[in-house]
Design a protein around this ligand. Structure first.
Ligand code: SF4
Length: 246
């Protein structure tokens, strides 16, 4: 049976019964509805280096603040050459003055990552997830963001919205870490749709499927959503539920 799928992925970790085939079909319908509900004129395919710096700044920061600081940083320093040659202390001071949390660490990451990209890769950001993850400040989520939004590759960055919504929708088990959520989504969603998942779920998470009190009554996914049917709860996701599902 096709049920045997999927390597280290297991249906037993879910809080409700559904075959892989049923899950795949449901995932496809979910992505279609998400893309129709939250369309974007074009995907944000930008500059890999700028995307990478944006991702370092954004960690534990609000989107609006991140964007402003990121714009100011490039206005002031221009390009990778100037950033790589900026003393770490100066970059830290710049971030601190602009209200960036973790400014000390991020200042060092920004300068060091830029130096490595210049010295090791001739100034071009690598387009390989492992090479990206070897850069200071770049974890799996940021590496996937650079691939998807910087290079326009099929990748599924799992941020807080994607993590929460995938679990509420029963596309990933409630208690797995974000790297595992990525694996379940990659298994369930057709490859050519991967690039849409992050931006559609981020929009959905901000407008409808909010962290607290999701607006299930007005959600176009409610018929397909186990959370709306009480089969997955926030307590399951946060790990507060006692034993029965895990
Ligand atoms: S039905 Fe509710 S929980 Fe499910 S995706 Fe929509 S808003 Fe989120």
């Amino acid at each position: 049976m096709a049920e045997a799928k999927s390597g280290s992925l297991s249906l037993e970790k879910f809080t409700f019964d559904e075959s892989w085939e049923e899950k795949r079909k449901r995932a496809e319908r979910i992505v279609k509805i998400l893309m129709e509900t939250h369309p974007r004129e074009k995907l944000l395919i930008g500059d890999p280096y700028r995307t990478l710096i944006h991702c370092i700044i954004s960690q534990r920061m609000r989107d609006e603040v991140t964007y402003k600081v990121w714009e100011r940083l490039f206005e002031r320093y221009g390009d990778i050459h100037r950033i790589a040659n900026t003393p770490v202390e100066e970059m830290q001071e710049f971030l601190k003055k602009n209200g960036v949390g973790l400014w000390k660490t991020k200042g060092e990451w920004i300068v060091r990552a830029s130096q490595i990209i210049l010295e090791k890769y001739g100034g071009r950001v690598p387009d390989d997830i492992r090479e990206l993850m070897n850069l200071p400040g770049i974890g799996r989520k940021c590496a996937n963001i650079v691939l998807a939004y910087g290079f326009g590759r099929q990748a599924i960055p799992v941020d807080t919205h994607v993590n929460r919504i995938s679990k509420r929708l029963g596309l990933a088990p409630p208690r797995v870490p974000p790297e595992k959520v990525e694996e379940y989504l990659a298994e369930l969603i057709p490859y050519e749709k991967w690039i849409y998942v992050n931006h559609a779920m981020v929009d959905h998470g901000k407008r409808i499927c909010n962290p607290i009190r999701p607006k299930c009554n007005e959600c176009p996914l409610r018929e397909l959503c186990p959370y709306a049917k009480g089969l997955v709860t926030d307590a399951d996701i946060k790990g507060k539920a006692q034993g029965s599902h895990s």
